[in-house]
Design a protein around this ligand. Sequence first.
Ligand SMILES: [Fe+2]
Ligand SMILES: [Fe+2]
Length: 160
Amino acid sequence: MSSTSNEKIISLLNEALAQEYACFIRYSTHASCVKGPNSMPLRELLKEIAKDEWEHADMLRERVVSLGGQPTLQVEKIEYAEDFDEILKINMTEERDAITMYQEILRLVHEEKALLHDQLMHILADEFCHLEKLQRLQSHEEAAEVAPVLKQVKFKTKIA
Ligand SMILES: [Fe+2]
Ligand SMILES: [Fe+2]
């Protein structure tokens, strides 16, 4: 099995890091700006997810340094929104993109890099949870779609 170079992995982790910074800013901003009579549950959920995204960025920075790289200071493009439905739509799209991104990185990170592999699995599981929670606010039917996918995410070890 050929292993992917550290440089390639560092580059992918830095792309993910720029994405996580954007997610933190986007969720925090959407939480402050969301309007409407039913906006309170969404506001609380967005704040909760923003904290997770910040923790993901923290984990990625540590892994980049551990591999000998320099953590990026870049932030991906962010879409502004304040309408309830638009906020749900933007963030569900971003969560789906994050899931695809982490699944692609995990295909290149073999299990001998155990800490990195487990942390990426932990982040991936969080992204599935974020998507499911957003979908629950939107409709029960869509939430049912993500449940079978969630079962495929298994942890090798528990990350504190
Ligand atoms: Fe994240
Ligand atoms: Fe997320």
